[in-house]
Design a protein around this ligand. Structure first.
Ligand code: BG6
Length: 484
């Protein structure tokens, strides 16, 4: 058993969680720039962390400080990317996943021409990656869009945003296409129903009588159409390039073998996969449309939309995988947090510091299930453990728990490959400590590289190698043969 030759080992980040530099060189405010660190909220209470209102947005925009808006400062990757890429190259990275901040290219989203300084930044970054022989994997939209599109149009609920996004995608393909072979459209496209503002710029109070869920499904349709248009455009312009979709793989098992639990679980898993179904098969699953109809949601489609979905399918399927959960019809079943979800607890699994249930075998099951369903190459583009790290007085960080997490997941990947799954690569989340997407904490650390910064933004931002840095370096050097 072994990883295929040319397997793409690496790591993944998102612009809004690392770059900082939120209001310079022409960048406009994005939805991520008003995301608040709420020190008194329970870290497991995602609803509180991701909640938003027009009042909160106005308050945030009056405040130019970044103390309570940590994504404004990130880890200053914008100015330190050369140092960071050098560390990734030292680990032997074959691929690095990053995203493009839309509001750096089109500050409000409505401009006709892109911001040159924004494009120049990404061009320099990609050139540096090419120089270091690191393959870029670029996400067009990862949890940020111009704030102006959120407040003026209620984000993706408005059809006009499709046109603005396509203009943004075109600007990226025109200027950056020559450096990029692998693109992703929307990060965790399914997450719209969990945090509609972060994913699609929806401010619930602007949804009016229709309510937030109805807005979400309409906005989702617009994103799927925009993804289809972007895929068609990429294919015409850069025939060698590939477009992938990106799904949060929320693996759910039945809590018991009672048929009611199994049926409830089946429904959950089908709901989770339908977003990728549309992008792989080019059409909405009949059962999902039926379900939306029964719940009173009507998706407005324009003439030509179904053709766009049909023609704009993806070349590969990527996904994030952190944890699994179970489902039960018992209303009293004990619940536990996961990746911005609350699931029924699995008594066979241990949990991370943030309560996410660690399940390496679930990754193997996911790989087999997704490959069997889609028959497309797969790419694991996020997987990792958020933990509280301690830096010793000599500057070392002994993160054995992280090494153990990765080792157990890699062994399961190996088994899936041995079973015949076509796996293109793996990018850990995240190779360097960054701001958490859900809680805006810095203290929830994922990296092989430690960044000296606390939750309030104090620290030197100095980068240091954790024990896991050297371990991952060895794994990559031996193409997974030595994981000890
Ligand atoms: C994924 C997101 O769902 O989970 C990332 O794509 C995010 O942006 C990651 O950072 C981990 O979640 P969190 O909330 O711990 O940062």
């Amino acid at each position: 058993m072994s990883f295929p030759e040319g397997f793409l080992w690496g790591g993944a980040v998102a612009a809004n969680q690392v770059e900082g530099a939120w209001n310079i060189e022409g960048k406009g405010p994005s939805v991520a720039d008003v995301a608040t660190y709420k020190p008194n909220a329970d870290v497991k209470d995602y609803k509180t962390h991701v909640s938003i209102s027009m009042e909160a947005i106005e308050k945030a925009m009056k405040d130019t400080d970044d103390t309570y808006y940590p994504k404004r400062r990130g880890i200053d990757f914008y100015h330190r990317y050369k140092e960071d890429l050098a560390l990734l190259a030292e680990m032997g990275f074959k691929v690095f996943r990053l995203s493009i901040a839309w509001s750096r290219i089109f500050p409000t989203g409505e401009e006709k021409e892109p911001n040159e300084e924004g494009l120049a930044f990404y061009e320099d970054l990609l050139k540096e990656m090419r120089r270091l022989n690191i393959e870029p994997l670029v996400t067009l939209s990862h949890y940020e869009m111009p704030l102006h599109l959120a407040t003026k149009y209620n984000g993706w609920t408005d059809r006009r945003v499709v046109e603005y996004f396509v203009r943004f995608a075109k600007a990226c393909f025109d200027r950056l296409g020559k450096y990029v072979k692998y693109w992703l459209n929307f990060n965790e496209v399914d997450s719209i129903i969990r945090h509609s503002f972060i994913t699609a710029g929806i401010v619930p109070e602007l949804c009016g009588e229709k309510g937030e869920p109805a807005c979400c499904y309409q906005a989702l349709h617009h994103q799927l159409v925009a993804a289809g248009m972007a895929a068609r455009m990429l294919r015409e312009q850069w025939p060698e390039a590939q477009m992938g979709c990106m799904l949060t793989k929320l693996m759910t098992y039945p809590r018991t073998c009672a048929p009611e639990d199994v049926a409830a679980t089946q429904k959950k898993n089908l709901e989770n996969m339908f977003y990728a179904d549309v992008q792989v098969f080019g059409e909405y699953p009949r059962m999902i449309l039926r379900d939306l109809e029964k719940r009173g949601f009507e998706i407005r489609m324009e003439p030509g939309d179904l053709e766009i979905l049909k023609e704009g399918t993806v070349d590969f399927v990527s996904f994030s995988y952190y944890m699994s959960m179970t489902e039960s019809v018992d209303p009293n079943a004990e619940r536990t947090p996961g990746n911005t979800v609350l699931g029924v607890k699995n008594p066979y699994l241990e949990s991370s510091d943030w309560g996410w249930q660690v399940d390496p075998v679930g990754l193997r099951i996911s790989l087999i299930e997704l490959y069997d369903r889609y028959k497309k190459p797969l790419f694991i583009v996020e997987n990792g453990i958020g933990a509280k790290d301690t830096m010793e007085t000599d500057g070392s960080v002994h993160d054995t728990y992280r090494i153990e997490y990765f080792r157990r997941h890699f062994r399961e990947m190996e088994k899936a490959i041995d079973d015949g799954v076509e796996l293109m690569g793996y990018t850990s989340w995240a190779p360097i400590d960054l701001i958490s997407a859900s809680t805006n904490q810095m203290s929830k650390r994922y990296g092989f590289i430690y960044v000296d910064q606390d939750d309030m933004g104090n620290g030197t931002l100095k980068r240091s190698r954790k024990d896991s840095f050297y371990w991952y370096q060895k794994v990559i050097r031996t193409n997974g043969a030595d994981m000890d």
